[in-house]
Design a protein around this ligand. Structure first.
Ligand code: HEM
Length: 477
């Protein structure tokens, strides 16, 4: 069955993906089976789109486990067990899944995103403060300038111009993160080279590592070693070149991640090695670029299908900003724009599955978890758990504004993960998303191209397929 031919069974008020002018809008999601298909069928489905492996019961469950060949998979789907897994049991469950490690290790080495135990703790201490919420004000001018460039570029395209909103957002967020990491000048000069290298790399790894999912031993060759060697070498060479130029120019005065990494000292007063600096720069690019791009692409799609929310956002932007381009200080005054992003992250979390390999025997919710088990928190499931949310499949930004709306606690809404390994760029990503949406939606309406069929697809991240065809309409003031 193709995804586009699938329909939901519990969409009552609107057809799936149907545009709404006043009532509820239920955006698309893959078919949810009632009776679990055979494991081999599930594995095939997982390879095409990981979201289609979940049945109706998975959304409602609290703590479920399945044995898939040699590996036990445990899914935590309520705040209490999520807390136990990611906060209380951090020590036993801090290791990323073998799929994640195999996919990213060739490029990120021992970088923060995929390391654990001592290396992770050391790097987290050094890297997190560099991109911490308190530093975002300093990075915001880079964001606003880059978003304004995008807005000016769109202005030259004219009424009704066709764009691929997914590619546009990927370009925008890649430019922002490059200039943030390497400083404005070097970031601008090298952005397209860095982006090209990373997308080549991602094309090779962007598939489920079936070997690891089935629990086959780590030492078995994974067939793609040679193919990804080239893009890895290319990226590392570019990163070295940028670091050399940065050091030669001794760019001072402007906040940049690379400056922070070069100046950082560990507890023993030692600087990071060249290799570590390269790895952490790659981590921040990788972690901070596609996640924000997908969030924005989904937000454009959702707004294009829900006139009520689009109008509310426009009214907020027009009244609060009165035509002025927003900066960091305006973000706090745009609660509806923030709620749109939060609701987008609930319905389409860019990282739909958070998986950990148990490093030792432990327990969750009284259930014994053996060493080697894969413990998962699945935002895709928990954010649509009907026990935790009212109208869980409906796009309704207002739920984040209404203090009386049914919402779970912080362990039930986890687009940025939770516990000690929570996203180190949370404030950066939120600010970047709100500013991008505000600056572009101030001047443009985006409509979905007629006939486009948008369906969520998850590989490493959750995307609206391979592209998002939309048309641009300058807003009359
Ligand atoms: C809307 C945007 C973003 C979302 C939804 C997001 C989500 C996440 C999630 C879910 C994780 C944990 C992954 C896991 O446990 O497997 C994570 C980790 C991380 N993110 Fe983000 N992220 C976003 C933006 C950013 C940005 C902009 C940066 C950098 C400026 C960043 C840097 C990181 C880093 C360094 C980690 C690793 C933390 C660790 O393992 O200790 N993220 N992010």
């Amino acid at each position: 069955m193709t995804l586009s031919s699938q329909h939901s069974r519990d969409a009552k008020s609107t057809e799936i993906g149907e545009a709404s002018s006043g009532g509820d809008f239920i955006p698309p999601y893959p078919f949810r089976y009632e009776k679990m298909p055979p494991v081999w069928t599930l594995v095939g489905m997982a390879k095409r789109n990981f979201l289609s492996v979940w049945g109706l019961e998975d959304f409602q469950g609290r703590l479920r486990s399945k044995r898939v060949f040699m590996r036990e998979l445990v899914v935590c789907n309520r705040p209490d067990v999520v807390r136990e897994a990611f906060q209380t049991n951090h020590e036993a469950l801090q290791r990323k899944s073998p799929q994640m490690r195999h996919a990213l290790e060739p490029l990120l080495g021992d970088g923060l995103f995929i390391s654990d135990t001592e290396t992770w703790a050391k790097r987290r201490k050094v890297v997190a403060p560099i991109i911490h919420g308190s530093r975002v004000r300093g990075f915001a001018p880079i964001m606003t300038d880059t978003i304004e460039e995008k807005r000016n570029e769109w202005s030259t395209l004219g009424e009704g111009a066709e764009i691929d909103a997914l590619a546009e957002m990927a370009h925008l967020t890649a430019e922002i993160i490059c200039r943030t990491i390497f400083g404005r000048e070097l970031g601008k000069d090298y952005a397209s080279e860095v982006v090209q290298g990373f997308s080549d790399y991602q094309r090779h790894i962007d598939q489920i590592d079936l070997f690891s999912l089935l629990g086959l031993p780590e030492w078995l060759p994974r067939f793609r070693g040679r193919a990804i060697k080239k893009p890895v070498e290319r990226i590392l060479t570019v990163l070295d070149e940028i670091i050399d130029s940065y050091q030669a120019q001794k760019q001072k005065g402007e906040a940049s991640v690379i400056g922070g990494l070069l100046e950082a000292r560990d507890d023993d007063g030692e600087p990071l090695s060249r290799e570590a600096i390269r790895s952490e720069a790659a981590v921040i690019f990788m972690a901070g670029h596609e996640t924000t791009a997908n969030t924005l692409a989904w937000a454009w799609f959702l707004l294009s299908q829900c006139e009520r929310s689009r109008k509310k956002l426009q009214v907020e932007l027009d009244t609060v900003l009165a035509g002025k381009t927003p900066g960091f200080q305006d973000v706090a005054n745009l609660p509806y724009a923030k709620a749109v992003i939060e609701e987008t992250l609930r319905l389409y979390p860019p990282v739909p599955i958070l998986a950990r390999e148990a490093m030792k025997k432990t327990t969750i919710g009284g259930k014994s978890i053996s060493k080697g088990s894969l413990v998962m928190v699945v935002p895709w499931l928990m954010h649509r758990n009907p026990v935790l949310w009212s109208k869980p499949d409906t796009f309704e930004p207002e739920r984040f504004l209404d203090p009386k709306a049914k919402k779970p606690n912080k362990y039930g809404y986890v687009p940025f993960s939770i516990g000690p390994r929570i996203c180190a760029g949370l404030q950066f990503g939120m600010t970047e998303s709100i500013l991008s949406l505000a600056i572009l939606a101030q001047k443009f309406d985006l409509k979905l191209k007629d006939g486009a069929d948008i369906q969520p697809v998850a590989r490493l991240t959750l995307r609206p397929g391979d592209n998002l065809p939309m048309t641009l309409h300058p807003r009359a003031r």
